[in-house]
Design a protein around this ligand. Structure first.
Ligand SMILES: *Cc1c(COP(=O)(O)O)cnc(C)c1O
Length: 419
């Protein structure tokens, strides 16, 4: 058995040959490191496998906020039925990067200007977060002379959670809806929306209720995600039937797990797809999922160089170029980012090369003790000048990072094209 710390070291991780070759090439260029490298070939096969594992008829949208890199989006869009955006900024970005993509618009706090822009852009589905937002969407759609298609976002009632089956999934059930959150609506608010929609005004006539949306938890394994889907379907089918929504659409959200301590494992899309096929047997109903992290996490690599290594009161610290202002993921999630060491033999100085053997903490260049990429990890050897390739840096990585803190230069960006 490997310890969790060992799982972060190079022997566990397979750096794709193209990524390793590019890292070595970049290390010979001035100021090319740190770098983000996106393995688009690996992404292509991964997303193709996700699509293939999901039943025909279950729609697959990608949550753009996980990684909006244009080249990444274009690969994902080959297989996805749509892209889920959550702001006017993402709307403008995605319509430029992937013209013609089918869009769904979710997220809290949509402004009237964002709603109007989304209506004009022909967004296919709006995930509405509150009765007030529904009215604002009605105003925007009526003013544009268009119809907006709506899924109301639900925060499941507590009893839906309490009726979860026993077993590992019910533990995840505790994470699910039923508690106070800024996301979605309590069932009573859903009912308020439905009641308002029965009035006949220019605003209500500009809206078409299509079904319900739920995104209740993240980090779910396939069994937990299926249990969540079961509870959502149970509630949504009954609610839609009660409200007379014909051919209801039910969006089950994202949140499929990515285990940063097991970089070679993947969410079990086959088991999830199998379970959904079993659950999705009602004619006229459309199911939709919208994962983000589990789609793009694996395609990204943050490649950098060891600037210094030194002991400190019994521990060893390796300082790499860049840090959590480029790759905030380990600080945000509280994990060790898995990495591989790419040794560099050249050492241009006439003094001893600083080195860590056995164990080290990998930190960045920020003047804060929080700038830790991997703590107390076991290593074969790590020397000043070696390269470090951090894996699983393709989702919630660069785009969630506070890159202006300390004003170090940004990373360079590279894409390994589909082969
Ligand atoms: C963030 C988000 C997702 C994607 O979640 P992942 O954990 O990245 O799969 C899907 N739907 C909504 C509404 C979200 O906010």
């Amino acid at each position: 058995m490997l310890s969790p710390a060992t799982a972060s070291a190079s022997d566990e991780l397979n750096v794709p040959e193209a990524v390793r070759a590019l890292a070595e090439q970049l290390s010979r260029q001035d100021a090319a490191l740190p770098a983000y490298v996106y393995d688009l070939g690996g992404l292509d096969s991964h997303v193709a496998a996700i699509r293939a594992a999901l039943p025909v008829g279950v729609e697959f949208c990608y949550a753009v906020k996980a990684n909006p890199d244009p080249a990444v989006l274009r690969v994902v869009a080959r297989y996805a039925d749509g892209l889920e955006i959550a702001s006017g900024g993402e709307l403008a970005h995605v319509t430029a990067a992937v013209p013609g993509a089918r869009l769904t618009f979710g997220g809290p706090g949509k402004t009237p200007a964002e709603l109007a822009a989304a209506v004009r852009a022909g967004v296919a589905r709006f995930h509405v977060e509150s009765p007030h937002e529904l009215r604002q969407l009605g105003v925007a759609a009526a003013a544009a002379g268009q119809t907006a298609d709506v899924l109301l976002r639900v925060n499941l009632p507590p009893e839906e959670t309490a009726s979860a089956p026993a077993g590992p999934a019910s533990r995840e059930g505790l994470v699910m809806g039923g508690g106070p959150t800024p996301f979605g609506m309590d069932p009573s608010l859903l009912d308020d929306c439905a009641r308002w929609l029965t009035e006949s005004t220019p605003e209500t006539r500009a809206l078409r209720l299509r079904g319900l949306h739920a995104h209740l938890a993240s980090g779910l394994d396939a069994a937990a995600a299926l249990a969540a889907a079961g509870r959502i379907l149970d509630f949504a089918r009954r609610w839609c039937a009660r409200q007379g929504v014909r051919n209801p659409e039910i969006n089950l959200g994202g949140g499929m797990a990515v285990d940063y301590q097991k970089p070679t494992e993947r969410f079990d899309w086959a088991a999830y797809g199998h379970g959904l096929a079993h659950a999705a047997q009602i004619n006229g109903e459309t199911l939709r999922v919208e994962p983000g992290r589990a789609v793009t996490a694996y395609c990204g690599w943050y490649v950098t160089r060891v600037l210094d290594v030194k002991p400190s009161h019994g521990k060893t610290f390796a300082v790499v170029a860049g840090g959590t202002h480029h790759l905030r993921t380990p600080a945000a999630k509280g994990h060790n980012q898995p990495f591989a060491v790419v040794p560099v033999e050249a050492w241009p100085h006439d003094w001893p090369r600083p080195a860590a053997v056995g164990q080290a903490t990998l930190v960045g260049q920020l003047c804060t003790p929080k700038d830790v990429l991997a703590r107390d990890v076991h290593l074969p050897a790590l020397r000043g000048g070696d390269l470090v390739a951090f894996a699983m840096a393709g989702a919630y990585a660069w785009n969630i990072s506070h890159n202006n803190f300390l004003m170090h230069p940004p990373p360079s960006f590279h894409h390994i094209r589909v082969g």
